[in-house]
Ligand binder design. Structure first.
Ligand SMILES: *Cc1c(COP(=O)(O)O)cnc(C)c1O
Length: 443
């Protein structure tokens, strides 16, 4: 049972606390009273330091689209490890992954590789500035785009600081340059009129707009057609770049989110899935823009380096992951996601518990409230108006953890092709127990 002060995970946590703040290297993997430490994994299952088996419904926040230790990826990495780990010259492996990524992303003719999604977003934002000679970048309130300075603005702003609903203030955590805060413009999600007015107000200084089209940090909230059309029109009219952060939303379709929506970006930031489980980031755009920005034969506007960019281990794992993630694999995985979403909605109804299920394809969001969640503020207000919402979320997560299902503690799941319908039904069975253990809605 979790938590357990006599467990090996707890002992590891205690040991970790003296050398790692909070006991690990990544805020998103901590949950109170202590996170479970993992020993090994295979397919869709992970085993913790105490030998407890769980189905992994996070898949390293989306990166592991084929689950853990896919035999073909492991075999290719073994071979590559004996051949070449990294080198200060280009390799065929990076051409192959670049071909696979550009083939399927409609707005990407060329790519440059980096080592994380944070880096990809940073380069994409700098590219918009370099290409336009302007400073300001607009982002959606509450959207997460990694740990880059300018993108850390208004990820978790609080009501005392966030300003008017139709004209949000940029709120920066400590450590962010005041100039980065001032040059990051905040848009309310899916508010066409407010968004248009804000963009026009900053028109002459606007380098670009960045969005996560299926906003992971807003419970996989999709940017709707009207809003996307407005962003495309305004950025074009103002001479600014539209950036899609597809680090997560790549999972939305075989051709990424940009293949599913009616609007194409100028610049795309990628990561996670395309690395096959190893660290990766990539920025992509049209050939003309990529050459203007990066081509060392010309007067490239950007100086782009990185010791481990396109390292052959990542390139090989990514290429096999992309080959395995063909249309059929995407469709099968999306159907598993739909089975889970439909099943969870049915369980909320059947058990009479408050709940909303969101997401698309292999991404599933789960909120223990009936309040409409339309943007960042509506989610925060739902928490404020319903003080027990946080407690229900934690109880559900804890129950799942104790019954063989590892999901993200705030309430979402990301699936892998290693799963079957039986695995989804197992998750649903455990979810029913977890819901029944929560208090019923007041009649
Ligand atoms: C994970 C994520 C990032 C950052 O990627 P890292 O590889 O963790 O640096 C950026 N944007 C979105 C939408 C993400 O989900």
């Amino acid at each position: 049972m979790y938590p357990d002060d006599t467990s090996r995970s707890h002992a590891l946590y205690e040991r970790a606390l003296s050398v790692l703040p909070g006991g690990n290297s990544r805020n998103s993997v901590y949950f109170p009273p202590y996170p479970v430490y993992v020993d090994r994994a295979e397919g869709c299952r992970i085993w913790d330091a105490d030998g407890v088996e769980r189905i992994d419904c996070i898949n390293n926040y989306s990166a592991l689209i084929h689950g853990h230790c896919h035999p073909r990826i492991v075999a290719a990495l073994r071979e590559q490890a004996g051949k070449l780990l990294s080198v200060a010259l280009p390799t065929e492996a990076e051409i192959r992954l670049a071909e696979l990524v550009t083939e399927r992303m409609p707005a990407v003719e060329q790519v440059r590789f980096a080592n994380s999604g944070t880096e990809a977003v940073m380069i994409a934002v700098m590219a918009a500035r370099a290409a336009t000679g302007r400073n300001k970048i607009a982002k959606i309130e509450g959207a997460y785009h990694g740990s880059y300075d300018a993108m850390s603005v208004s990820v978790y702003p609080t009501p005392d600081l966030w300003g008017a609903d139709d004209s949000p203030e940029g709120v920066a955590p400590p450590g962010v340059y005041e100039s980065a805060r001032a040059n990051t413009i905040i848009l309310p999600a899916n508010n066409v009129a407010a968004g248009r007015a804000i963009l026009r107000r900053h028109g002459d200084d606007l380098a670009g707009v960045i969005i996560d089209p299926l906003c992971k940090n807003l419970g996989f909230l999709q940017m709707d057609d009207e809003f996307l059309k407005m962003l495309r029109e305004e950025t074009t009219a103002l001479g600014a770049k539209l950036i899609f952060d597809e680090v997560y939303s790549f999972r939305m379709g075989y051709n990424g989110a940009q293949g599913e929506l009616g609007v194409l970006p100028d610049i795309t930031a990628m990561g996670k899935v395309i690395g096959g489980g190893l660290p990766i980031g990539a920025i992509g755009a049209s050939r003309a823009l990529m050459e203007e920005l990066f081509d060392p034969r010309g007067r490239a506007k950007m100086s782009h380096g990185g010791t481990f960019n396109a390292n052959p281990m990542t390139m090989v794992a990514g290429a096999i992951a992309m080959e395995l993630y063909d249309r059929a694999a995407h469709d099968r995985l999306a159907a598993l996601g739909e089975r889970l979403r439909i099943g969870l909605r049915e369980l909320f109804r059947l058990t009479g518990r408050a709940g909303t299920v969101t997401g698309a394809a292999s991404m599933v969001g789960l909120f223990h409230t009936d309040a409409p969640l339309t943007d960042y503020r509506s989610a925060v207000r739902a928490m404020i108006n319903d003080p027990s919402l946080g407690q229900r979320t934690e109880s559900f997560f804890r129950h799942m953890l104790n019954n063989g299902v590892y999901m993200a503690s705030p309430g979402f799941m990301v699936l892998s092709t290693a799963m079957t319908e039986a695995d989804i039904d197992f998750i649903l069975d455990k979810a029913e127990g977890a819901l029944r253990a929560l208090p019923a809605k007041a009649a």
